[in-house]
Design a protein around this ligand. Structure first.
Ligand SMILES: [Zn+2]
Length: 248
């Protein structure tokens, strides 16, 4: 390798979330991070899979790390040079529900974050939400709905809740839901009817600066999951895993 040339590439340091790591070779991985300054950032992590690597375990999904990498505008995959663990979210990883539902939030971030786009508010919201989920003792699904709603709001995708997303009329009874925009009045086209209990839960999630201590989040999760799919034009593999678990 031309080390002289590498030396001229500036090294950057950032906080980062590990979204995804895929094997590249016997010893290296390609890792996608979410960062405040550069949004979604993909790095080659050389030697990370060697048994004695000091970076082993650092690049597990969910981890919040301090990342050092060489930045070069012209390349799609940057070069990771070092990293340290800041938070591994043991409370999420050691709880089956939290890790399965949490995977949805990770996948959501992968879709929402753009490459090389400052995302400080989104990063802060994501980290606060995960810290909350780590220690949450209530219904896991409810907390994940609350986090998902906040991430949608910060990134400009939040569904309308108090007026019809189609005609703008104020709605409170016989509401339905359209994955194109949010709740709808009885006169407008919708994807799915929602019962009053689900609607009230949705309002509590939308209004709350803290996650409401309610139960029955599965129906709201379905609404938000399909709404997010429609808005971001993608399917969520993690959501299909959740459905299999809930229906099992
Ligand atoms: Zn309407």
């Amino acid at each position: 390798m031309d080390t002289h040339k590498e030396r001229r590439v500036p090294q950057e340091r950032t906080e980062a979330i590990v979204l995804k790591a895929i094997d590249f070779s016997e010893s290296s991985s390609i890792v996608t991070f979410f960062t405040p300054d550069r949004g979604r950032l993909t790095c080659m992590a050389k030697g990370v899979k060697r048994p004695k690597s000091q970076l082993a375990g650092l690049l597990d999904t969910f981890n919040r790390v301090e990342l050092l990498y060489l930045w070069k505008e012209s390349r799609a995959v940057q070069q990771m040079t070092d990293g340290t663990l800041l938070e591994r979210y043991a409370g999420i990883k050691e709880n089956l529900d939290k890790s399965i539902y949490g995977a949805f939030l990770i996948e959501m971030m992968y879709r929402i974050a753009h490459e090389n786009e400052p995302s400080h508010d989104l990063f802060g919201e994501y980290v606060d939400g995960m810290a909350g989920l780590d220690v949450w003792t209530g219904e896991v699904c409810m907390h994940v709905c609350w986090q998902a709603y906040r991430l949608l709001t910060v990134s400009g995708f939040s569904p309308t809740l108090r007026e019809c997303c189609q005609c703008g009329k104020e709605t409170s009874k016989d509401v339905a839901f359209s994955y194109d925009g949010g709740v709808t009045c009885p006169a407008c086209a919708a994807d799915v009817r929602i019962d009053q209990g689900t609607y009230q839960t949705l309002l509590a999630i939308g209004d709350g600066t803290e996650c409401p201590r309610l139960k029955g989040g599965e129906k709201v999760f379905q609404l938000l999951r399909y709404f997010t799919s429609r808005q971001l034009e993608c399917d969520f593999r993690s959501a299909r895993v959740i459905e299999q678990m809930v229906n099992a």
